[in-house]
Write a protein of this length. Structure first.
Length: 184
């Protein structure tokens, strides 16, 4: 087996393990760069008055009154409580919408004690990227590029610019010794 085949097999195994861990959670969730949506199944016929739902800036608790919580724990990052909501859907699921404080960051999990997902594999919806104004889109694309570069141990766009400036300066001043130059 070649190393790329080994890498692909390991990546497939990791993806399958992640999918199994996420499927075992007592809820489903999805996210965009700025928000998280959680769907918590509850017994058919459940009404809002039967529930205990506490959304705090750093934690969440969901359950039926008088019973152990279905889920309870801390968020990996803070949320904006006033812009986060919950509702009961068809008397069989609690739908929770959370607004992230940092809306430029992917979450690896909803609650810190639950299994994480590999956020480097998240592909933002291109239509969403296309909806951004030019300046914001350029900033998001630069952040995504820099994140990929860091993950590969390569220089970020700012570091590349510094190196290019130094290289041009060296070409213009061959008489100067740059052997002890440090990039910071």
């Amino acid at each position: 087996m070649s190393s790329s085949e080994v890498d692909k097999a390991a990546e497939k195994a990791a993806a399958e393990k992640e999918a199994a861990e996420q499927a075992a959670l007592p809820y489903q969730w999805k996210q965009t760069i700025s928000e998280v949506d959680i769907s918590v199944p509850v017994p058919q016929g459940t009404r809002a008055r039967d529930l205990v739902v506490e959304i705090k800036s750093e934690s969440l608790k969901v359950g039926l009154k008088g019973q152990e919580p279905i889920l309870e724990g801390k968020f990996p990052k803070r949320i904006i409580v006033d812009e986060s909501t919950w509702s009961i859907e068809d008397q069989k699921s609690v739908e929770i919408h959370l607004e992230k404080v940092n809306n430029m960051e992917w979450w690896a999990h909803v609650l810190t004690h639950h299994p994480q997902i590999d956020t480097s594999k998240i592909q933002p919806e291109n239509s969403k990227l296309g909806d951004l104004d030019g300046e914001t889109r350029a900033m998001v694309e630069k952040m995504m590029y820099d994140q990929r570069q860091k993950e590969m141990g390569k220089p970020t766009s700012d570091e590349e610019k510094k190196m290019e400036m130094l290289r041009k300066f060296q070409q213009q001043h061959p008489e100067m010794d740059f052997s002890n130059a440090r990039m910071e």
